[in-house]
Design a protein around this ligand. Structure first.
Ligand code: ACO
Length: 435
């Protein structure tokens, strides 16, 4: 049988190499270049990983040309309609949908790991009240490993499972506390009778002096947004988690590095940036001015919430969130939300503009998510924190998968060195005084 290979020839020496081609279940074939440098003496160059598969994975699949997103093979549209965030978390971690008993056990385990150590609470007081909640998240989450050093052996599957549960279960508690600190209200303890998103709303918005009732529409909307944000293949923050994890760093440290990567406006920080942008645009009459700015290469302004490295079609998550905006705003009595109306107009104008059409720039998941967060009463600077809560599931699942991969090695990219060639040290008194 003919072997699946790709032959590469160096025309200057006539030397060639036959490289194996790997095929996944779905997606384009992948050329295995692991022997390339050893046998041919070349590195490959691919800044931003445009054509490089950095790992093998069985968690999430994206077909950016057709706007397809699958979690463990299940289309995102089906999960968004029929599943819950906790069920999706199980699916991500263990590979299949749970049966009723497994779902019960998992949900119970998550509910009973929501508390954080009391000492951790004092960390928040070290931050100024106006600290950005993402800065607080990075610090507080990163410190979790200090509390669990007796169960941090990453080669022990039980320790890994426990760390996974702890991270997913405690994330809403840590996120809500960062919000409470920013508004100067007392921290609210988790209530384990509540569901994952209900508990988060309770910890964010209840105060000891008042009764608080969770709005089921808000709870379901949050759950749905969390499903959509749970994982997205080897994006910047997930790759950061894997890169940190490849050195055998503990999982709390790895996920904390994922939080830092998520914060950037080109990634998860875009949801906050979209709302700030809509506020700046202010009125539909200003749309064309801002589109011109976005198209101007001498202007750093970009249309936030637009464009994606992988999707050359409408982001399927954005489609779902846009529909959800209509529904949530209607149910919460805010159908004519000015931000939503402005976003719809902006999308319409951009999608009919040659610049955006030629570059296949469509709204991504973050274009509409902030509009829902805002209606739920979540402040703009908490948007990326909400994203981090949901994405923790993906980070943890990807970290677990990486640790159990027999091919896993420390990640160590190479470079094209373009600095000075070898030169001799010049003593201070002999250096040119003009430079
Ligand atoms: N506004 C204006 N122009 C854009 C935008 C945008 N939002 N996005 C891409 N472009 C242009 C680029 O200038 C470039 O034009 P050129 O070919 O004339 O040079 C072309 O489209 C291709 O863009 P790249 O930057 O090469 O695409 P890349 O894949 O590197 O970047 C990214 C993708 C970072 C998402 C980019 O589209 C962007 O900055 N979007 C705005 C920020 C955003 O919404 N990020 C959230 C992404 S989703 C997420 O992480 C959850």
């Amino acid at each position: 049988m003919k072997k699946d290979t790709l032959t590469i020839k160096d025309n200057s020496t006539g030397k060639s190499i036959e490289l194996p081609v790997r095929r996944g279940t779905l997606g384009p074939p992948v050329v295995d270049i692991t022997r390339f440098y050893r046998e041919m003496g070349f590195f490959t160059f691919d800044p931003g990983f445009l054509s490089t598969a950095s790992c093998r994975s069985g968690i999430t699949y994206i077909d950016g040309d057709d706007g397809v997103l699958l979690y463990r093979g299940y289309p995102i549209e089906q999960l968004a309609e029929k599943s819950t965030f906790i069920e999706v978390a199980y699916l991500m971690l263990y590979g299949d949908l749970p049966n009723a008993k497994q779902m019960d056990t998992f949900s119970h385990l998550i509910r009973t790991h929501t508390m954080i150590n009391e000492s951790l609470k004092s960390f928040y007081n070290g931050f100024y009240h106006d600290a950005h909640p993402m800065a607080v998240m990075v610090g507080v989450f990163g410190s979790l490993s200090a509390f669990y050093h007796d169960s941090l052996d990453i080669r022990d599957a039980d320790h890994r499972d426990l760390a996974a549960l702890r991270m997913i279960a405690k994330m809403p508690t840590i996120a809500a506390a960062s919000y409470k600190h920013s508004v100067g209200e007392p921290f609210v303890y988790p209530k384990n009778s509540l569901g994952y998103c209900g508990n988060l709303l309770h910890m964010m918005f209840s105060v000891p002096s008042e009764d608080y009732e969770i709005d089921p529409i808000a709870e379901r909307a949050l759950d749905l947004i969390f499903i959509l944000h749970a994982d997205h293949e080897q994006n910047a923050s997930t790759s950061t988690v894997r890169l940190a994890g490849s050195s055998s760093a503990n999982p709390f440290a790895c996920v904390s590095s994922g939080i830092t990567a998520l914060w950037g406006p080109a990634h998860g920080g875009a949801n906050e940036a979209v709302l700030n942008m809509l506020e700046e645009i202010g009125d539909a009459k200003n749309i064309s001015t801002y589109l011109d700015k976005a198209k101007d290469k001498n202007d750093s302004f970009r249309l936030m919430g637009f464009g994606h490295r992988i999707y050359r079609e409408y982001d399927p998550r954005a489609k779902i969130i846009r529909e959800m905006c209509h529904e949530v705003l209607k149910k919460l009595g805010n159908e004519n939300d000015p931000f939503f109306e402005l976003a719809l107009k902006l999308e319409d104008v951009a999608l009919n503009d040659d610049y955006f059409k030629e570059r296949s720039l469509y709204p991504n998941v973050d274009f509409y998510s902030g509009i829902i967060y805002r209606v739920l009463g979540i402040p703009t600077n908490m948007f990326t924190v909400m994203f981090a809560v949901a994405r923790t599931v993906g980070w943890v699942a990807q970290w677990m998968e990486m640790i159990s991969d027999p091919d896993q090695r420390i990640a160590r990219p190479r470079q094209i060195y373009e600095g000075a060639g070898i030169r001799d040290y010049v003593p201070l008194d002999k250096r040119n005084s003009d430079t």
